[in-house]
Structures are given as structure tokens and as C-alpha cells.
Design a protein around this ligand. Structure first.
Ligand SMILES: Nc1nc2c(ncn2[C@@H]2O[C@H](COP(=O)(O)OP(=O)(O)O)[C@@H](O)[C@H]2O)c(=O)[nH]1
Ligand SMILES: [Mg+2]
Length: 437
């Protein structure tokens, strides 16, 4: 029994059209109460044109899409009302639906229904959320593959292998008297589990690499006053976002910007030049610069034709960093293997190439990967437990002890795809979704 839920699927702002979604057992009955046509008996999905009514009063002229279970996103009877994009109309229609027996959907409840009704697995459900939150096209392409089920397809054979070795051990434990059942040797356990661990490790390293497409990287641009930090930010953003002047100490607050490096979102932080200052505002800016360095994953340490300040360098040398010489146009003696750019001339390619090298960013072709924290933690849990099983087998421990670790790994495999129905877990996942999705 699924209650009928309603939510606005589009943002609540003035727009050409708005979409209101309704799903649940009484969906058609409830909608019929406020629609100029009775759609209670529809047997096939269809488009209906008519009026939303409050008693006899016409509220809006709408197009209504009716989806008959199980052929809908949620797997239930569902309706999408396409109304005019007035906030007032949208609120009125939703209120009428609530008065007629529907209730407001919670975050991600439509996707959660799709999962509970077996339309998608948990990895696919997460992909929908990831897709909506993607910052770059590449990140979106990765999520699209997961949504299509490619990730799950990649993982299922691994899950099967864990299940097979586990069940062959358990048969041995449960029916030791049957002689025709082949005994599972510890050597076989070691071989099979080692192979699975290798496959899992490949998935983990790929997923961890792809995490950066979703989460992005904080890059702080750091250096003495006037080396051209703000000019570099502007060159990367291709706009005059930060103020550039020949006056040292121009940048006081942090100026931020987003740059897509082959699809990896870089959160750029242009900082105040680091030096000893007596100006209060500039001092605060310098403290903020230090904070930005702390939270950055990569520091671009900018120097110009002047001598590099070693004291300043010692401040960032333990972070992942790239030393870049700016104002290449003014530098005569260029050293080999050093990076020279000219920010004000937008000549920054050598820096982009170096960043790709340091961050290991190639030209990505979309490929299935498990790249969120939940998925990676479960894959690692499987590796840990299979490694325990391997070690126990090598130490000639009893087979039932070995099977305990494999069972834990198998449960994690089920959790990954959401086949282990634990509501607390799924509620937590879907709460991160938007309402209406
Ligand atoms: N010749 C030359 N001047 C530059 C270059 N990049 C920046 N500048 C100049 O250096 C000065 C300081 O630049 P700015 O970006 O404000 O430096 P910041 O204090 O590090 O943010 C400005 O006058 C810029 O026009 C460059 O590549 N070549
Ligand atoms: Mg500046």
C-alpha cells in the first residue's frame, strides 16, 4: 500500500511551465477529483487536456500525463500535471491535491518508490541524484552510465562469485555426510577470493580516481603581492573577475571561480599576497589566504621575475603544489623543466598541462565506476573481509570461521546494490535528493 504523494518537480519560480508530480495507489482517483475529466479508469498511459478545478472554478488549463503501473518511473500509477509556471497556480494545484487526499512527498521519495518497487537498484537511484548535482559534462556522463545500469552490470559477476564460493563452503559445513559434494579446499578459497579482491581493487582505484569529477578540487593561487595571482584567475575564468592593478595588496578578500579542467571542476581561490602587512584589512586577507591554503588540494605557487621568497615557499611546500613563473614576457633566462606562463597575455597552457599531469587527469571516456563515498566504503569492506578469509585459509583456520568473513563481504555486496533492504540506510540516501525527484 503506497500513499499518494505530490510534489512540484520544477523550481518554484515564475516560468513558462511547471510540472507537478503525483504517484501512489489512489493517484488517478485523487487527480480526478480536481480535473475536468475523470481518469480513474484509464488503462493505458496517455495525455489528457483539460482544466484543474476548485469546485466549479477553473484554476488553470493544463496538460496531464497519466502513467499506468507498472509503466512509470515509480512503478505506480502516476500523473504529471503540466501547468502554467505561476507560483500561485502551482501552490493552488498542490493544495487542492493535498485536500483531496494526497500528501507532500519527502526528499527523493519518488526515486525511493522506484527503488522499492524494483524499477531501479540503489546504485541507479544514487546516479539520478549525482546527475542532477553534476558540475561538468564529464561528471554527468559518468552518472548517466550508472543510471543505465552499467555499474550494476559490472558488479553483478563479482557478487555472483562471492555468493558461489560462500554457498559451496556452506554446503560442506551443513552436509558433511554427503560424500558426493565436492569438498572446498582452502586453496580454492584462497585462489577464488584473491581473484575477487583483485577485481574489487580495480573498481576501487577507478572509483577513487573518478571521485574528483564529482567533488572537484580546491586550488589556491598563492604568492607574493603583485606576482599576477588575480591576473591568472582572470585568465583561467576568461573574465575580469578579480581586480588587477600594479598596486601591491589589491586583493584582500578571497576571490573564487570555477574552471573545468578536462571535466574536473577546479574551485579556484585567488588569495591576498602573502607578506608582512600593517594594514588591518590586508592582514585579515592574509589570514584568509592561509585558511585557503589549508583547505586546498593543490597550491599554485606563483613567482615572477623577482627572486622566489623561500620563507613563503616553506609555508606551502608540504602541500601538493606547482611552482609557476609568471610574466614570462619579462623573463630572459628560462630554465629547463620549469613552468613559465604569462597571465596577462592569457598564455597559461604550460600550467594547464602541468595540472593535468599532477592531478592525473587524462581525456576521459565515460566508463562505469563506483565513485561515491558509500559505494567505495562498501567495496573496501569487501576487500578487507575477503583478505581476512584468505589469511585465515592460509593459517589453516576452520572453514566455518573463514566463511564468516566471506558472509560479511557478501552482505556488503548486497548493500551496494540495495538488495539488503534496510530502511534506515535507504532513508538516509534518499534524504539527500530534491523534493519531487
Ligand atoms: N608583464 C606582465 N605583467 C603581468 C603579467 N601578469 C600580471 N601582470 C601585471 O602584474 C601586476 C599585478 O597583477 P595582479 O594580478 O593584480 O597580481 P596579484 O597581486 O598577485 O593578484 C598588474 O599590473 C598586472 O597587469 C604578465 O604575464 N606579464
Ligand atoms: Mg590579486
Amino acid at each position: 500500500m503506497f500513499e499518494t504523494i505530490v510534489a512540484l518537480a520544477t523550481p518554484m519560480v515564475k516560468s513558462a511551465l511547471g510540472i507537478i508530480r503525483i504517484s501512489g495507489d489512489d493517484c488517478f482517483k485523487i487527480v480526478s477529483k480536481i480535473f475536468s475529466k475523470n481518469i480513474e479508469g484509464v488503462k493505458e498511459k496517455g495525455i489528457h487536456y483539460g482544466y484543474i478545478l476548485d469546485g466549479n472554478k477553473e484554476i488553470d488549463q493544463v496538460v496531464l500525463l497519466a502513467y499506468v503501473a507498472p509503466h512509470s518511473f515509480t512503478g505506480e500509477n502516476s500523473v504529471e500535471i503540466i501547468c502554467h509556471g505561476s507560483v500561485l497556480i502551482e501552490k493552488q494545484i498542490i493544495q487542492l491535491l493535498l485536500d483531496s487526499g494526497a500528501r507532500m512527498a519527502t526528499n527523493g521519495e519518488f526515486s525511493s518508490r522506484a527503488y522499492l518497487n524494483g524499477k531501479i537498484d540503489l546504485v541507479q537511484a544514487e546516479a539520478i541524484n549525482d546527475m542532477i548535482n553534476s558540475l561538468t559534462e564529464e561528471a554527468k556522463d559518468l552518472s548517466m552510465l550508472a543510471l543505465k545500469g552499467e555499474n550494476s552490470k559490472l558488479f553483478k559477476p563479482i557478487k555472483e562469485q562471492i555468493s558461489e564460493i560462500l554457498s559451496s563452503i556452506e554446503v560442506n559445513i551443513d552436509y558433511p555426510e554427503y560424500e558426493d559434494i565436492e569438498e572446498v579446499s582452502k586453496e580454492k578459497v584462497i585462489n577464488v577470493c584473491s581473484k575477487i579482491v583483485d577485481d574489487l581493487k580495480d573498481l576501487i582505484s577507478q572509483g577513487e580516481k573518478d571521485l574528483i569529477y564529482k567533488e572537484g578540487i580546491n586550488v589556491a593561487i598563492v604568492g607574493e603581492p603583485n606576482v599576477g595571482k588575480s591576473s591568472l584567475l582572470n585568465a583561467l575564468l576568461n573574465e575580469d573577475k578579480a581586480i588587477v592593478t600594479p598596486i601591491a595588496g589589491t586583493t584582500r578578500d578571497i576571490v573564487e571561480g570555477e574552471y573545468s579542467l578536462n571535466g574536473v571542476p577546479l574551485h579556484l581561490l585567488d588569495t591576498a599576497g602573502l607578506h608582512n602587512s600593517n594594514d588591518l584589512v590586508e592582514k585579515i586577507g592574509i589570514d584568509k589566504a592561509k585558511e585557503a591554503i589549508e583547505k586546498s588540494d593543490l597550491v599554485i605557487f606563483l613567482v615572477d621575475e623577482r627572486k622566489m621568497d623561500d620563507e613563503l615557499y616553506s609555508f606551502i611546500k608540504d602541500k601538493k603544489h606547482i611552482i609557476v613563473h609568471n610574466k614570462a614576457d619579462l623573463i630572459k633566462d628560462k630554465k629547463q623543466n620549469e613552468i613559465y606562463i604569462s597571465a596577462s597575455n592569457k598564455d597559461i597552457k604550460p600550467l594547464l598541462n602541468k595540472m593535468k599531469e599532477v592531478l592525473d587527469i587524462g581525456d576521459v571516456r565515460p566508463h562505469p565506476s563506483f565513485n561515491n563515498a558509500r559505494q567505495l566504503a562498501l567495496l573496501k569492506n569487501m576487500v578487507n573481509n575477503l583478505n581476512i578469509a584468505i589469511k585465515d585459509a592460509k593459517d589453516d583456520q576452520p572453514i566455518d570461521l573463514i566463511s564468516t568473513s566471506i558472509l560479511i563481504a557478501y552482505n556488503s555486496a548486497l548493500d551496494l546494490l540495495g538488495e539488503n533492504t534496510k530502511n534506515d540506510l535507504t532513508e538516509e540516501i534518499f534524504s539527500r535528493f530534491c523534493v519531487g525527484k
